[in-house]
Design a protein around this ligand. Structure first.
Ligand SMILES: Cc1ncc(C[n+]2csc(CCOP(=O)(O)OP(=O)(O)O)c2C)c(N)n1
Ligand SMILES: [Mg+2]
Length: 259
């Protein structure tokens, strides 16, 4: 990646972090950690990888984001404000009466939000439906799905992942936010899920592990995740490429021993 592009993405990630913080600070409460852990991912997506149109947020051919961990709404809103989908000042209305920015993502309220989420697990099935729908319509669109590591305790996540693989949803990119926390505890203590990479590979996904606090690394992994068009149509090769993708977004968080 060119140095200028890297700088641009890093600056965008900082802006998104600040915007998410400002929104949550103005309200006085919210899922701060869950929002902050996806800011670099959002910068990589909205800073280049995603095909979007600020003037036409519902453009059918666009790439779509499903933030299945809907409680990270303030990070999504921060991104949309920085990109110009909503006025920056509106962030201060987070979860206030009459707002277009409820605490959890709502596609009927916020321009640029592609799917309503908040009940953990459900966004995964919705994203698969959207990816399949885009394929049936012949659209060249990607669906990016952010899933929490705690959220992956939900059986619905695995039902959806099996579906994605069975339907060869190569236009689906799952970003598993391995921030190691869920609400007030360590994911490992509450309900350890073992090896995410092995699980997703067993479900028929291609997988990549990436440093979730390195926006350049996330952007590069995303670029490689989207199947190259010129490889399609090659007999024998096509089936190999028609697999959904999972990026394990590893936060630089380590368990602190207190004893
Ligand atoms: C079905 C369902 N059960 C419980 C909750 C309450 N809840 C909100 S956030 C959260 C923890 C989620 O952890 P994780 O997916 O790791 O997200 P993070 O906070 O790390 O972003 C829970 C249990 C919910 N939103 N939906
Ligand atoms: Mg988590």
């Amino acid at each position: 990646m060119e140095a200028a592009k890297k700088k641009e993405l890093q600056a965008l990630a900082v802006k998104i972090r600040m915007a998410a913080l400002e929104a949550i600070h103005s309200l006085g409460s919210g899922h701060l950690g869950g929002a902050l852990s996806i800011c670099d991912v959002l910068a990589a997506l909205y800073g280049g990888e995603m095909r979007i149109n600020v003037d036409d947020p519902k453009w059918p051919e666009r790439d779509k984001l499903v933030c299945s961990k809907g409680h990270a709404g303030p990070a999504v809103y921060g991104t949309l404000a920085v990109k110009g989908f909503i006025p920056y000042e509106e962030l201060k209305t987070l979860n206030r009466p009459g707002t277009r920015l409820p605490s959890h993502c709502d596609r009927n309220k916020t321009p640029g939000v592609d799917m309503t989420t908040g009940s953990l697990g459900q966004g995964t099935s919705l994203a698969c439906g959207m990816a399949l729908g885009d394929k049936l319509k012949g659209r060249n669109s990607q669906v990016f799905l952010i899933v929490g590591d705690g959220e992956s305790n939900e059986g619905q996540v695995w039902e959806a992942m099996a579906f994605a693989s069975a339907k060869k949803l190569d236009n689906l990119v799952v970003l598993l936010d391995w921030n190691k926390r869920q609400l007030d505890g360590w994911t490992e203590d509450i309900y350890p899920m073992g090896d995410y990479v092995a699980k997703f590979e067993a479900f028929g996904f291609d997988t990549v592990k990436v440093d979730g606090n390195d926006v350049e690394a996330v952007a590069q992994a995303l670029e490689e995740a989207v199947p190259p068009e010129d490889m399609m149509g090659i007999p024998g090769m096509e089936d190999e490429l028609r697999r959904p993708m999972m990026l394990l977004i590893k936060a630089r968080v380590e368990k602190i021993k207190t004893d």
